[in-house]
Design a protein around this ligand. Structure first.
Ligand SMILES: C[C@H](O)[C@@H](O)CC(=O)C(=O)O
Ligand code: MG
Length: 437
């Protein structure tokens, strides 16, 4: 079957998470977790579901950008796309008029991610496999044929990537079996959003410890004394042997980041995440160098636009943890490039997953990374946030603080139609209710 794509719909779906300060940080004080939600219809009835993560008002702009890409997708068959996936990636990212909006960054790249995520979902469904398994079963040659190596061949050529994938085939079956049995290690961000009062923070931390969580991320960056107090509180609750990470969401200048984080060194954070502007590669390198003697690494990636930025962060030794994002980069295609570059530089990948649908999506990529690329779990973990999973047809399964490999065919981001209807902006019931208040 050819699975010709005959229609694309995109909807603005928003959840009022800001009401309870879920997802709040030093820069995003009122986040409404949202998605530009894409459905591809095919002539044989099979559908592909995709999304990109956004916040509230920004969603309508991403929806417009997805509509602008529609003509490049509708009318193509799945076979036509996947038999030259690199070419299709380039078609979307290199359109002579629309690339002016990026290229490969910002709103147009978020839209590209939403569309390509739906194409990957469609492909996995057509093959009857969860996406991670589709990738794991692919021939290394087919994997590299999905990647656009333009702009990264100075650090990673197609031949080198192929060689890496072929070498990592040894032990692949054991690692797959291990993942099916044990799952992939996760950490939680759900206990310590910046807007949570101490009482809530303590309760969530107590509950998380009881459920087996051992790695915790705390939001920092708004008030130095308050950060010291909150981080001491969390460290006291989780004890010396559990892991603590801190996340400033780009709040500081470079020197400010160094002095602020040095003050928090007593709570022994494993990493400081997004200490400064996500575009400041050399700034990150300066911070990483200054904090290395304190045993604190730099993590970044949730707002790293594309593979070129990751390439330079790696070249400059500016990060010790690579945080891929399933919706910020150009879908699976570009994430594959970053996983391979991270492996070449031997920097662990710890994906970003705070947001709606990001846990559902990124678990597939990190499973592939372990089974087929890195073969390593040391210093690696995937973020987990405990919000909004009830809206998904195939929600993540967490067992003993590990992501259990999804079993349903696809890329796990199909939402229930009833949830989409209720949360669609502005006409959904949830938003009518809030507008009337
Ligand atoms: C606005 C988002 O909730 C952001 O704070 C998420 C994030 O930085 C993370 O999960 O890491
Ligand atoms: Mg973050």
């Amino acid at each position: 079957m050819l699975h010709k794509i005959i229609n694309l719909t995109v909807r603005d779906v928003r959840f009022p998470t800001s009401l309870e300060q879920h997802g709040s940080d030093a820069m995003h004080t009122d986040p409404d977790y949202s998605a530009a939600y894409v459905v591809l219809d095919t002539d044989c009835g099979l559908k592909g579901f995709g999304l990109t993560f956004t916040l509230g008002k920004g969603t309508e702009i991403v929806v417009c950008a997805v509509k602008a890409l529609e003509g490049l997708v509708v009318g193509k068959s799945l076979q036509e796309i996947v038999s030259n996936f690199r070419g299709f990636y380039r078609l979307l990212t290199s359109d002579g008029q629309m690339r002016w909006l990026g290229p490969e960054k910002g709103v147009i790249h978020l839209a590209t991610a939403a569309v390509l995520n739906a194409v990957w979902d469609l492909w996995a469904r057509a093959e009857g496999k969860p996406l991670w398994k589709l990738l794991v079963d692919m021939d290394p040659k087919q994997i590299v044929s999905c990647i656009d190596f333009r702009y990264i061949t100075d650090v990673l050529t197609e031949d080198e990537a192929l060689d890496m994938l072929v070498k990592a085939q040894e032990g692949r079956q054991q690692r797959e079996d291990q993942m099916l049995k044990e799952g992939y290690p996760a950490y939680t961000t759900s206990c310590a959003w910046l807007g949570y009062p101490d009482q809530q923070l303590k309760q969530l931390c107590t509950d998380a410890l009881k459920s087996g969580w051992t790695k915790f991320k705390v939001k920092v960056g708004a008030d130095r004394e308050d950060d010291v107090r909150r981080c001491r509180l969390i460290r006291q609750m989780i004890g010396p042997s559990n892991t603590l990470m801190i996340d400033a969401n780009q709040r500081w200048d470079v020197d400010e980041a160094i002095s602020w984080v040095s003050k928090l060194a007593e709570v022994k954070p494993l990493w400081i995440e997004e200490p400064t502007s996500p575009d400041d590669i050399l700034g990150h390198a300066t911070i990483a160098k200054a904090l290395a003697p304190l045993g604190i690494g730099v993590a970044t990636g949730e707002q790293c636009h594309n593979r070129v930025m990751f390439k330079q962060l790696l070249q400059a030794s500016a990060l010790q943890f690579v945080q891929i994002d399933s919706c910020r980069l150009g879908s699976v295609n570009e994430n594959l490039a970053v996983l391979l570059m991270a492996h070449k530089f031997q920097v662990p990948v710890c994906p970003h997953a705070g947001g709606v649908g990001l846990c559902e999506l990124v678990q597939h990529l990190i499973l592939f990374d372990y089974i087929c690329v890195s073969a390593d779990l040391s210093n690696r973990m995937c973020e987990y946030v405990d919000h909004l999973h009830e809206h998904f047809a195939s929600p993540v399964v967490i067992q003993d603080a590990h992501y259990m490999p999804p079993k349903d065919p696809g890329y796990s981001c199909e939402m229930f139609e009833s949830s989409v209807k209720r949360h669609q902006f502005p006409e959904g019931d949830v938003w009518k209710l809030h507008q009337n208040k």
